[in-house]
Design a protein around this ligand. Structure first.
Ligand SMILES: NC(=O)c1ccc[n+]([C@@H]2O[C@H](COP(=O)([O-])OP(=O)(O)OC[C@H]3O[C@@H](n4cnc5c(N)ncnc54)[C@H](O)[C@@H]3O)[C@@H](O)[C@H]2O)c1
Ligand SMILES: [Zn+2]
Length: 248
């Protein structure tokens, strides 16, 4: 069966990586992630934004993929399954998924903010001491001296076109689209489930909370990502191939 898994921050929540909505703990609680994840925020205060990404990167590095990540990687061995994620973490890859499409970039691909030279070795994986206010100055580009930035797509920036094209191709081909742990608020990623449906796919939402995508989904399972993926995998393993029965 041709399946596309469209995953968002809720996919990583059970691994202990906070979503943007419940990121509000500790030092960074008083900052709005949407206000930190912008080119304007980085230009105004690079050390504050870099410090925040250092904090997020440390959380991701300490996290482990869960049974939902592993389930998708395993299903890809028996089915034409593509993972398209809004997540910048590497939990899908660490669970064994290959060729993951990262619509919003990847945390551990920092590059120069001016000339785009990749920063190596990856600075977000090196230890650094933050100030009491969480600030950490980003390193300078080895080629041109401008500050290094995280390899993620910030609010207001265009998506990498190759990733977007791969995502559209995957949803157009899919018989089943599963939409896991995304609030459906960030465009254009939020338009992918609709594209899948328009191309004839059954759309299953896996999310403990209703979202704007719920109304147009073929079915919604109000459960966690790990639980939902495991339930789907069990039905596929049992030989069920009818999309409507799979997601009922
Ligand atoms: N891990 C990451 O890489 C990460 C983390 C936070 C935010 N982001 C970025 O934030 C932006 C916000 O979009 P978004 O829709 O991905 O996230 P979001 O924070 O807006 O929404 C998260 C969704 O996950 C659901 N959820 C929470 N726990 C869940 C669980 N255990 N299982 C399944 N679903 C669960 C919530 O109900 C919510 O609908 C994206 O651009 C994304 O790149 C990424
Ligand atoms: Zn440079």
């Amino acid at each position: 069966m041709r399946i596309v898994a469209l995953t968002g921050a809720g996919m990583s929540a059970e691994s202990g990586v906070p979503t943007f909505r419940d990121a509000g703990t500790g030092l960074w609680a008083r900052f709005d992630p949407q206000a930190l994840a912008t080119p304007e925020a980085f230009a105004a205060d690079p050390a504050r934004v870099w410090g925040w990404y250092r904090w997020r990167a440390a959380g991701v590095a300490a996290a482990q993929p869960h049974a939902g990540h592993a389930g998708l990687a395993r299903l890809a061995r028996a089915h034409a399954l593509r993972v398209v994620t809004q997540n910048v973490d590497d939990l899908h890859e660490r669970a064994g998924s290959r060729e993951v499409v990262h619509l919003h970039g990847a945390l551990f691909t920092s590059r120069c903010s001016r000339c785009a030279q990749p920063a190596a070795p990856e600075p977000l994986l090196r230890p650094a001491r933050a100030g009491d206010d969480g600030r950490v100055p980003p390193p300078d580009c080895a080629r041109c001296g401008a500050p290094v930035r995280p390899g993620v797509v910030w609010f207001g920036e265009a998506l990498p076109s190759a990733a977007w094209d791969a995502a559209v191709a995957a949803v157009r081909e899919a018989e089943l689209a599963i939409v896991v742990g995304t609030s459906g608020l960030v465009q254009p990623a939020a338009s992918l489930p609709g594209l899948a449906a328009a191309a004839g796919a059954a759309v299953l939402e896996i999310n403990p909370t209703p979202t704007p995508l719920t109304a147009s989904a073929t079915a919604s399972w109000r459960c966690s990502a790990a639980e939902g993926v495991q339930r789907l995998a069990a039905r596929l393993d049992a030989g069920e191939r009818d999309p409507a029965a799979l997601i009922s």
